[in-house]
Design a protein around this ligand. Structure first.
Ligand code: ZN
Length: 167
């Protein structure tokens, strides 16, 4: 595993959120926030998408390298709060080597999980975001990178913004 200099972290804004999330989940989120995985540009990307969450100021750009339906490589850059960055980091870990259909299916599960708290099936490490549903203002931070990856897979040229989505 490569270590790299962590980008500046925009801390604050999550208030007492972590009081209600167990320590393990908190540690995973903070770890991915401080040292995001796959955090770099990808000149050879076959598609990309930008996401913006104006409510919080989160901005990110995802890069994908597709081989047919398979995601050979995925990375992101951007700035934002801990939740948005950790979500994008864990998304890239999940999506690498998966198919479009795998990512679409997981998008549905993650969306349900962060909006209702219900975890369907095995979501792996992404379960760390299950507590986010208790903090409606943070839901968009957690789902932003997922909207962006779906836009990239659809080939949408327009940046996605959480303002145009229900969540
Ligand atoms: Zn945010």
């Amino acid at each position: 595993m490569k270590t790299r200099n962590a980008p500046p972290i925009h801390i604050g804004g999550y208030g007492n959120m972590f009081d209600d999330i167990n320590d393990l989940y908190q540690q995973v989120i903070l770890d991915h926030c401080r040292q995001p995985r796959n955090f770099h540009e990808m000149p050879q990307a076959t598609c990309s998408a930008q996401g913006h969450n104006p409510l919080c100021g989160d901005q990110l750009k995802l890069f994908l390298s597709l081989d047919g339906d398979k995601i050979k490589d995925i990375s992101f850059i951007g700035s934002g709060c801990c939740i948005s960055k950790a979500s994008a980091s864990l998304l890239t870990e999940f999506a690498k080597g998966k198919t479009k259909a795998d990512v679409e299916e997981m998008f549905g599960r993650v969306h349900d999980m962060v909006t209702t708290g219900n975890v369907q099936g095995d979501v792996g490490k992404l379960a760390v975001f299950a507590g986010v549903h208790k903090f409606p203002a943070r839901v968009k931070c957690a789902i932003l990178s997922w909207h962006a990856v779906m836009a990239a897979l659809r080939g949408d040229a327009k940046p996605v913004t959480t303002e145009s989505e229900q969540n």
